[in-house]
Design a protein around this ligand. Structure first.
Ligand code: NDP
Length: 235
């Protein structure tokens, strides 16, 4: 279904990003993805799917924008890279918080704008946010949730900026999803499940399937929106 589409996934080596790379290649897209720390996973994913991989630290704006430019015209852009720094705000290292802001917000904004320069009409921009943009029921998540809330107004605004070119811009907001960042058997799982309607982690493949619909031709009317897939975490 996505044959002849060029896709770029920022942060595709593991977890949700890797599931998106897998899904888009399976649907026929020509996929390039970036990675930063996980060389083995990136190389294995590349071998398995045929997607091309390039090392780029999303926190390095110049390097990130160079990678986006070198990718040429991109039809489907997914910004998935993200880190979660959580804990007592009084004791968290401010440098760690700033690095999270660099990756989760600044990189998402600058890469989305850069990719839009060459994006053909009817292209797709998807940012991976979090249900924590809507609801923060636990301590220690203020800064992380703030970074994901920023994506909400980002997509509202960029959807207006690029709407004339029929480019859609949306944020997909997963709830607890079984990855290295948030393993289903982790120590906080019971707490997370206690605020969910469906008391289990989702899978990265569920999120990738949702992304695949949004980038399809049928997704053309969905823009400037928050698409939440969280087992009722924010209900
Ligand atoms: P993982 O930690 O499992 O994977 C994170 C991915 O982001 C890796 O591919 C990693 O690449 C990449 N990444 C991180 N930092 C950088 C960087 N500086 N430059 C390039 N790539 C980077 O996380 P998830 O798959 O769980 O999360 C993916 C997204 O989904 C994140 O934005 C996260 O905030 C969001 N999310 C996750 C939820 C969950 O429960 N899992 C819930 C809600 C939102 P590498 O290892 O190569 O550095």
């Amino acid at each position: 279904m996505l044959t002849k589409k060029n896709a770029l996934v920022i942060g595709g080596s593991r977890g949700i990003g890797a599931a998106i790379v897998n899904r888009l290649t399976r649907e026929g897209a020509d996929v390039l993805f970036t990675w930063s720390g996980s060389r083995n996973q990136a190389e294995e994913l590349s071998r398995r799917t045929g997607a091309r991989a390039v090392r780029t630290d999303a926190a390095n704006r110049a390097a990130l924008l160079a990678t986006v430019r070198e990718a040429g015209p991109i039809d489907l852009f997914i910004f998935n890279a993200g880190i979660c720094i959580s804990g007592n705000p009084l004791t968290l290292d401010p440098d760690d918080i700033d690095r999270m802001i660099d990756i989760n917000i600044r990189a998402a904004y600058h890469a989305s704008v850069e990719v839009a320069r060459l994006m053909p009409d009817g292209g797709r921009i998807i940012l991976i946010g979090s249900t924590n943009a809507n609801r923060v029921p636990f301590t220690g998540l203020a800064a992380y949730s703030m970074t994901k809330s920023a994506l909400q107004s980002m997509v509202r605004g960029l959807a207006r900026d690029f709407g004339e070119r029929r480019i859609t811009v949306n944020v997909v907001q997963p709830g607890p999803t079984d990855t290295d960042m948030n393993p289903a058997n982790g120590p906080l799982s019971d707490l997370m499940h206690s605020v969910m309607a469906i008391k289990e982690h989702g899978t990265a493949d569920d999120v990738a399937a949702y992304v695949s619909f949004l980038v399809s031709a049928e997704g053309r009317g969905i823009t400037g929106s928050m698409q939440t897939i969280d087992g009722g975490f924010s209900a």
